[in-house]
Write a protein that binds this ligand. Structure first.
Ligand SMILES: Cc1ncc(COP(=O)(O)O)c(C=O)c1O
Length: 443
């Protein structure tokens, strides 16, 4: 009798894996199955090398299969496979929190660990409401997000997100939510770095306050640079103005740095790059170089301290995850910080970012290019859509790039580029040449 083999059996059930954010049925016709990864590249099951222009999914900042990170995870797996962080701890958790808050802007001194960016956002929103409650100001419950923002897929994050197709099927979402407009318009097309005009978009916060009253608003959450919604930089002065209005109105400011954290702009956090410190930072992805799932919420002393009242034996924050501060994630995070320092990744990004930016902007006159937005090693190249088929032109380019060994990510008709931060000039040249050839070829 043939022995039961669950793996062979499952390989015939191609839909067993319900894939996230994927056209499931189309994927089965054109699968991309990755068997291994190293440095800047993926290797498919059938042996093709693909240059990764997305750092996995905005996370593998120090390059794939980074030996020190791999070794740290392997070592920890053999020593401490799991321990809860509910009423106990482990040395890696304490060390990661300490190291992470040392990298964060001054006065951000506390880290709460989660298992992902979405969980970090949910946690931040709950901390914001809990903060006001703890201070006796429980009327402040409203949350303000922004058009085109992505804050993950759980109900809180989805409610403050600003991308309609992500929300359409899942309502009702949180009711106490309003949105700022995207601080972007025609005047800003092809800006080099932050747009010089547009700080006045922050005045929309004043308008929302006039509608809702500051005394009902808990927090404003923005990505310092809108990421998966299309890479939109804040106009000069915009974040400063948001900060000033929040301060004046007693509203907490949350920066979602799930993409911009850990060197993407040549600083550990975009807050440092832009010189604006929020009250709460959410991060994930590059925190462990993508090698083990982990997110974190970093908070200012004032936020943390507001919870630290009442009898010492009471739980101050009724919130947490089974995988908060998982030992393997902490090992990966600590190794990631060490690699960042050893390879001087922030310095490297600062040096190579102008070369990257000039190379990307050289596509300005390529066919179909409608706009280019770039900061650090993070860029969008937006194409004019075909009138009858939005997204089709970029999809055709994507196929040509794949055939040429380049893995690119598109959102609608926009290329989103965010390669590993260890990128050097030859890889930049290859990315731009391949994109340029693809743009010339598509109709
Ligand atoms: C800004 C931002 N916030 C939150 C998330 C959600 O993170 P995760 O997919 O780890 O839940 C993402 C994911 O891309 C993101 O870009």
């Amino acid at each position: 009798m043939t022995p039961f083999d669950p793996i062979a059996r499952d390989s015939n059930r191609t839909d067993a894996f319900w894939m996230p954010f994927t056209p499931q049925r189309q994927y089965r016709q054109r699968p991309i199955s990755i068997a291994s990864a190293s440095g800047m590249s993926y290797f498919t099951e059938d042996g093709c090398e693909l240059l990764d222009t997305m750092a996995g999914l905005w996370c593998v900042n120090a390059g794939h299969a980074q030996p020190k990170i791999v070794e740290a995870i392997r070592d920890m797996a053999g020593r401490l496979d799991y321990v809860s962080s509910f009423k106990m701890s482990h040395p890696g958790a304490e060390a990661t929190a300490q190291a992470l808050t040392n990298l964060a802007p001054a006065s951000i001194d506390h880290a709460f660990f989660t298992g992902s960016g979405s969980e970090a956002v949910e946690t931040a929103l709950k901390i914001a409401r809990g903060y006001h409650q703890a201070r006796g100001d429980g009327r402040r419950t409203k949350l303000i997000g922004r058009q085109k923002s992505y804050h993950g897929v759980n109900f809180g994050g989805l409610s403050v997100s600003g991308i309609a197709p992500h929300k359409r099927a899942f309502g009702p979402l949180l009711g106490d939510v309003a949105h700022l407009p995207l601080p972007y318009d025609e005047r800003m097309r092809f800006s080099i770095g932050q747009p010089e005009c547009g700080a006045e978009y922050a005045d929309w916060l004043e308008r929302l306050i006039a509608i809702h009253d500051a005394s009902t608003i808990a927090a404003v959450i923005v990505e310092p640079i809108t990421g998966s919604g299309g890479i939109y930089l804040p106009p000069v002065g915009y974040l400063e103005k948001l900060r000033e209005i929040c301060d004046r109105s007693g509203i907490l400011l949350i920066f979602d740095e799930v993409i911009t954290g850990f060197g993407r702009l040549g600083e550990y956090f975009a807050s440092q790059y832009f010189g604006v410190t929020p009250d709460i930072i959410t991060c994930a992805k590059g925190l462990t170089n993508g090698a083990v799932p982990m997110g974190a919420v970093l908070v200012r002393d004032t936020v943390f301290d507001a919870f630290m009242h009442g009898p010492a034996e009471t739980i101050e924050l009724f919130h947490g995850y089974t995988y908060s501060a998982h030992p393997l994630a902490c090992a990966a995070a600590l190794a990631t910080f060490a690699v960042h320092q050893e390879l001087r990744i922030n310095d490297h990004v600062r040096e190579i970012a102008p070369i990257w930016r000039n190379a990307v902007h050289a596509l300005k006159d390529a066919p179909h290019v409608a706009d280019i937005r770039t900061a650090g090693i993070l860029s969008a190249i937006e194409l004019t859509p075909r009138p009858d088929a939005p997204g089709a032109r970029a999809a055709d380019c994507l196929d040509l790039c794949l055939a040429a060994g380049l893995l690119v990510r598109t959102s609608g008709d926009t290329f989103l580029l965010s390669p590993p931060l260890i990128i050097a000039e030859p890889a930049i040249g290859r990315i731009i040449d391949t994109l340029s050839a693809a743009l010339s070829e598509v109709a």
